[in-house]
Every structure is written in structure tokens, then in C-alpha cells.
Design a protein around this ligand. Structure first.
Ligand code: GUN
Ligand code: ZN
Length: 433
């Protein structure tokens, strides 16, 4: 074993879904150790039982009032939209026209792409997010910039070029064949390079012809291991439009199904207004939904039916959906997830919520053999949360006796201020001042 690092603090991780395994789904040590060697988890456990067995020369890093968890996984976010987060007053379709498309046009400029990509990845790390599935713009240069920055930091990241061939400003459109070819070039350049993976990215059914969606399906067949990301059933006006544009489809999801876009590596953002057949088709094909509560509240899109998702057995990730979502923080996103369930008279257990933002997210992205947990051999991407981050959090936590209460306070009151440090492959890439 090469140089080891032993991190001391409260340590928590999941090995399974609490919905299925209850208390057996996680391990927690209030005085714990995370032992890291060569960028991988070597061991997680109790400090006192392990400290005397540490290899000579192990560096010890103390986090005395902190909680160490696997890095957050954001399963749906748009990096070009960081500049128009918190744009006032519209619901989805008008919001896209008025704010999103004009901002995305600026990504024809490679310098602009590089500057925003850098800022965006810094912000992910500042929020404790170590892996994300990211929309770029239609411009190939937007993908090059993001992957280049992620590669330099050795991040595990999934991203892709947006495909649009109708119903958007001329400057953001291309014909279906051009979109197919430039996606192909990006796949050849980036897919499988170190920790990077490519996602074929038709924006959503209204901005793609059926020809373009069929070519997206062709790409998925051509390159095994590719992902697909798009939007599904977010807003009622969007649903009506899809019905008009695709009169022969049985429902929204059927538009994607007909193009061969469903499957275990396909991530559909939102899925708020789904019919029974859509839930069944998602489950049968092992397709994934990205739940984006902050975005759904901000755009007034609707309330996600988490109970239905869990009953159907559909895999779920949590997404911030910045810039429709209003925070990069997965803690804030979980706070909103809880409130979205409350509005429907349903609870969301804090352990379940944290699972969804870590191992659940890794499972949603088929990365759960690599990240999302502290099992030996996993990649050492982790986040250090400060339990004294604000006077309010520190004071409130004094009244918490149980882990689940502590987690609920953190997700309800916490945000980027709680992130003391973020580690990628055992290297500290962000440390709060
Ligand atoms: N549907 C199509 N494009 C978008 C987008 O950029 N954000 C959200 N929230 N929904 C979309
Ligand atoms: Zn989105």
C-alpha cells in the first residue's frame, strides 16, 4: 500500500436502499475513520478499533465536529444556465424562450465556455457534489470545455451536447444529421476518457423532430455504455404541446420509446405528470428518473409523486436542475424534496433522502460499483460537512440525539456553508476558508 490517509470524524455511508433494508442499509460511526490509499477507500470503521493498526507513516486528518459522507451525486443539471439562475416570473416554455435560449447562445464562444465551465465545476465542489450528469448547449465547444476542465480535476462526470432541430431560435438549431455527426465526434473524443462518460442529449421532445430522436437512438446502439439524458413530463403546457407535435404517440414517454431511447442508462428529468402506462414502461425498461424538486417549485411545474416512483420500482436520482433549480446545494434540494412530499401529505425520511443524494444517485447513474459508498475499493470521492457551520445549526444540533434528527436538521438548515471540504480520489479539491 502506498501513502495512506486516515480521516477522523463522524462517518456515514449507505450500502443499500433504506426503503428496502431499513437500518441495515447504512453504517455510521460517531467517532469514525475513513482510511484512503491511492485514491480509493481502503476501509471505513470505528476510530478506536482501527487506530492502533494503521500502517506506519499514515497521515491523520482530524475533522472533530464534522460528518464525512460520500460526495453528492447530482443527476440533472445544466452548466450553461448558471448565469440565469433565479430568472423571474415564467413557467417552463416562456422561461426557456425568454431567459434560457438567449444565455445558451453565448456558448458559441470557446472562451466563454471555458470560463463558465471552470466556475461551474468550482461551484459543484463548493457544494460537496463530486459527480454530476450535465447538459451542455448545442455547441460542441461547450462540451469540450466542460470535459477538459473535469478531466484536469479528475472528476467523474457525465455530459453531452444538446440536440435541437426545431422550435428554438435559429442560432441554436442544426439539422438532425449534423447533430448526429457532431455528437459522434464528441463521443469518440471523450467517452470513457479517465472518469468521463458521454450522454446523448436531445433537449426534450418539442425541440427535436422524430428523425433527430431516431438518430439519438442510433447513437445509443452504436456505442455501448453511452448514457441518454432528456426531459420528460415536467409542465402541463409542455404535455399538451407534445401531444400536438406527436399525435401518434400513446403518451409523452412513448415519443422517446419509439426512438429506442428507454433503458437502464437513460435518465429522464422530472416525470411529474405521468400516466400509469408511463410508470410501467419506465420500470420495465429500467429507465431512470431525476427528481428535481427545487426546479419544480421554482417553475411551478408540479409535485413529484415519490410514493408512486418507489412503488413502481423506478430508479431515482436527485437533481438540482440549475438554472431552473435555485441552488447547487444537494442539502437544499433535499429540503425542497421534503416540502414537495409534505404538500402531498407524505413524509420523506432523512436517511432515505441522503441515500437518494449519494448511493441512490450512483445507482441511478449505474456508477454504484465505483462511487456513492465507502466500501473498500470504491473511489475516494467524499464530502466533509461541518456540524458547526452556522450558529443556528450548531445550536439546533445540540438537541439532536439520533442520527436521523441530525441529518434532518442538516438538510433543512444546511447549504454550501456546511461543506468544509470536498475530496476527489482522496485529494482535497475544495476547502472552505
Ligand atoms: N425542458 C427543456 N429544456 C429544459 C431546461 O433547460 N430546463 C428545464 N427545467 N426543463 C427543460
Ligand atoms: Zn433540466
Amino acid at each position: 500500500m502506498k501513502q495512506c490517509q486516515a480521516f477522523r470524524g463522524r462517518v456515514l455511508h449507505f450500502t443499500d436502499n433504506p426503503q428496502h433494508s431499513g437500518e441495515a442499509a447504512y453504517e455510521y460511526w460517531s467517532d469514525g475513520m475513513l482510511l484512503v490509499a491511492d485514491g480509493k477507500i481502503h476501509h471505513a470503521g470505528d476510530w478506536n478499533s482501527l487506530a492502533s493498526k494503521l500502517p506506519a507513516g499514515t497521515e491523520c486528518i482530524e475533522y472533530p465536529h464534522h460528518l464525512l459522507i460520500p460526495g453528492f451525486v447530482d443527476s440533472h443539471i445544466h452548466y450553461p444556465q448558471t448565469e440565469m439562475i433565479a430568472a423571474y416570473g415564467e413557467q417552463l416554455l416562456d422561461w426557456l424562450q425568454r431567459y434560457t435560449f438567449p444565455v445558451e447562445m453565448q456558448f458559441a464562444d470557446p472562451d466563454h465556455c471555458a470560463a463558465v465551465a471552470r466556475w461551474f465545476l468550482d461551484e459543484l465542489l463548493r457544494n460537496g457534489t463530486t459527480t454530476a450528469m450535465v447538459f451542455c448547449t448545442v455547441h460542441p465547444t461547450s462540451v469540450d470545455a466542460l470535459f477538459q476542465e473535469a478531466w484536469e480535476r479528475r472528476l467523474r462526470l457525465i455530459a453531452g451536447k444538446v440536440l435541437m432541430d426545431r422550435n428554438a431560435p435559429e442560432a441554436l438549431l442544426e439539422d438532425a444529421e449534423t447533430g448526429y455527426q457532431s455528437s459522434q465526434q464528441l463521443i469518440e473524443r471523450w467517452h470513457g476518457v479517465d472518469r468521463l462518460s458521454y450522454a446523448v442529449t436531445p433537449r426534450f421532445a418539442p425541440t427535436s423532430s422524430s428523425e433527430q430522436l431516431a438518430l439519438a437512438g442510433k447513437l445509443l446502439k452504436q456505442y455501448p455504455g453511452l448514457y441518454l439524458q432528456t426531459h420528460l413530463s415536467e409542465n402541463l403546457a409542455e404535455l399538451a404541446w407534445v401531444k400536438d407535435l406527436y399525435p401518434d404517440a400513446r403518451h409523452y414517454l412513448d415519443v422517446y420509446a419509439q426512438a429506442g431511447l428507454l433503458g437502464p442508462r437513460s435518465v429522464f428529468a422530472h416525470g411529474i405528470h405521468l400516466c400509469a402506462d408511463e410508470w410501467n414502461r419506465l420500470a420495465e425498461t429500467d429507465s431512470v428518473l431525476a427528481h428535481c424538486p427545487s426546479s419544480n417549485l421554482f417553475l411551478g411545474s408540479g409535485l413529484f409523486d415519490l410514493q408512486q416512483a418507489q412503488a413502481s420500482g423506478v430508479r431515482l436520482g436527485m437533481g438540482t436542475d440549475v438554472g431552473a433549480g435555485t441552488s447547487f446545494s444537494m442539502l437544499q434540494t433535499l429540503a425542497d424534496a421534503y416540502k414537495v412530499q409534505q404538500l402531498q401529505g407524505v413524509g420523506l425520511e432523512p436517511l432515505q433522502a441522503l441515500y437518494m443524494a449519494t448511493l441512490g444517485g450512483a445507482r441511478a447513474l449505474s456508477l454504484d460499483h465505483l462511487i456513492g459508498s465507502f466500501q473498500p475499493g470504491y473511489e475516494a470521492d467524499f464530502t466533509v460537512l461541518d456540524l458547526h457551520a452556522t450558529p443556528l445549526i450548531q445550536q439546533r444540533l445540540e438537541y439532536c440525539r439520533e442520527l436521523k434528527d441530525l441529518l434532518f436538521v442538516l438538510q433543512t438548515l444546511g447549504d454550501d456553508r456546511c461543506v468544509a471540504a470536498t475530496y476527489i480520489l482522496g485529494q482535497c479539491l475544495y476547502q472552505r476558508l
